[in-house]
Write a protein that binds this ligand. Structure first.
Ligand SMILES: [Zn+2]
Length: 194
């Protein structure tokens, strides 16, 4: 059973689904400590849940036949990445209405649980993101994209269900594993647009 998570910024949600996703960290001065959805550019609020929005007035996200909702996947190798070195990886808690799909989930409510950043995000930015969102921000020297590409499913599952106190050790162990090329798969983005 999953240990209760200790995100202080949001209420504890024992029934939350835990999945992987990416965010983009802002580049402009006033956005350097903020997380954005990489596809839509929507800012993620700190200390309160991200709530999904949809342009359709006919339903509330996540829609059954509409791709709206806040996304996360189980397997990090299915995540799509932009060329930006300002994208970070992380585990997100999803709750409220949650729809399961082929690669993961779409939900009405979400909040990050921990983040993994590369050297493209400065020490000062990592510390500020951690303070602002109330979650740990881990540095991986090879970068989050490389970690996501080579993270074995068993490691990905252990990490997304881990107590935040254990994430540092689990990440270090996963980074030490020999690199085995992952098979080509459809990416999260191709799933999103299909
Ligand atoms: Zn919708």
């Amino acid at each position: 059973m999953t240990a209760p998570h200790r995100v202080t910024a949001v209420p504890d949600v024992p029934a939350a689904v835990l999945g992987w996703r990416t965010w983009r960290v802002g580049r402009r001065a006033q956005q350097r400590h903020a997380l954005f959805s990489p596809l839509t550019g929507t800012p993620w609020p700190a200390a309160r849940p991200m709530v999904a929005a949809c342009a359709s007035p006919r339903h509330t996200p996540p829609g059954d036949t509409c791709p709206c909702g806040l996304y996360a996947v189980a397997d990090t190798t299915t995540l799509g990445w932009s060329p930006s070195d300002h994208e970070v990886l992380g585990v997100v808690a999803l709750w409220g209405d949650v729809v399961e799909g082929q690669y993961g989930w779409r939900a009405s409510h979400a909040y990050p649980r921990f983040l993994v950043a590369g050297p493209g995000i400065s020490t000062e930015q990592r510390a500020a993101l951690s303070r602002r969102y109330g979650v740990p921000v881990h540095l991986v020297g090879s970068g989050p994209r490389e970690l996501a590409r080579r993270l074995e499913r068993s490691d990905a599952d252990a990490l997304r269900h881990a107590d935040p106190a254990d994430v540092t050790d689990l990440l270090a162990a996963a980074c030490r594993r020999p690199d085995v090329p992952a098979p080509r798969r459809r990416t999260w983005r191709s799933w999103l647009t299909s």
